[in-house]
Design a protein around this ligand. Structure first.
Ligand SMILES: [Zn+2]
Ligand SMILES: [Zn+2]
Length: 256
């Protein structure tokens, strides 16, 4: 069973996707899906990017099956560690993605984050923050979209080149590997061969430092994007000798 392990329905602030449509699309594509709603505790804009977890499980429990799993994407910040851990322990999530969306209380999406800064300064801070987060967050299963910053950075060439930030990226990869966590292959940006080649060295390096597991997710916010790039994700995993898994009841399930 192939799984798309990252997508957002209407419990996420930035998605209007309906659960029944997501489930139908998964069935149509003959893939499993894991819902991973956004939970960014202490998000700079009050009441945004948080959701009612009780209602989530109550509303979606009837959809739950071997092919429809319920997870969460938490926005990791060192000042919200305890709240996030309590939340993750309290509810029966199949899968927990840990992501870095906000740094110094500014969303990486915001232009303000890049104001009068160069790429070196911003990206080093990004990977340093990621390192702090993966060091202190034990309750995640996978580190989400390591290349997230390249989606929104206001630089002429926002791509994350491994060789450019090698020392910083290595520290992140080593901790993820040592903890036995998975590294996500987020396929949202991997729409060209060039993008795939740019990101490849990160996954190859992950294997070299002892990493073994990857998850693959489209990060879909619309039904049409579900399952997008799964083939590309498998190609990256194969070329880096990494095993593709999805998580069910918090345990890795190997995919072929
Ligand atoms: Zn994210
Ligand atoms: Zn996401």
């Amino acid at each position: 069973m192939l799984f798309d392990s990252h997508m957002h329905t209407c419990f996420s602030t930035d998605s209007k996707m309906k659960m029944d449509e997501a489930v139908a699309r998964g069935r149509e594509l003959d893939i499993g899906i894991t819902i991973t709603e956004h939970m960014d505790i202490a998000y700079p804009e009050p009441m945004s990017f948080i959701f009612d977890v009780e209602k989530y499980f109550a509303d979606y429990n009837t959809f739950r099956s071997d092919k429809v799993l319920l997870g969460i994407e938490i926005g990791m910040r060192s000042d919200c560690l305890e709240e996030n851990c309590k939340l993750v322990e309290k509810y029966p999530f199949d899968y927990v993605i840990g992501s870095v969306h906000v740094i110094d209380n500014i969303d990486i999406y915001a232009a303000e984050f890049y104001h009068e800064r160069d790429k070196k300064d911003v990206y080093e801070q990004y990977f340093k923050t990621m390192k702090q987060c993966v060091t202190c967050y034990d309750s995640i299963h996978s580190l989400g979209h390591i290349d997230y910053i390249a989606r929104y950075a206001r630089f002429k060439d926002p791509e994350v080149y491994y060789h450019e930030f090698k020392d910083y990226i290595d520290e992140v990869l080593l901790i993820v590997a040592q903890k036995g966590k998975a590294l996500e292959i987020n396929t949202r940006r991997l729409v060209t061969k060039e993008a795939v080649e740019i990101i490849m060295p990160i996954y190859k390096r992950f294997y070299e430092v002892g990493g073994r597991l990857v998850t693959i997710g489209s990060d879909a916010h619309h039904v049409k994007d579900i399952g997008r790039g799964l083939d590309v994700g498998f190609e990256i995993a194969e070329r880096s000798k990494l095993d593709v898994v999805y998580f069910k009841d918090g345990k890795p399930q190997y995919q072929k």
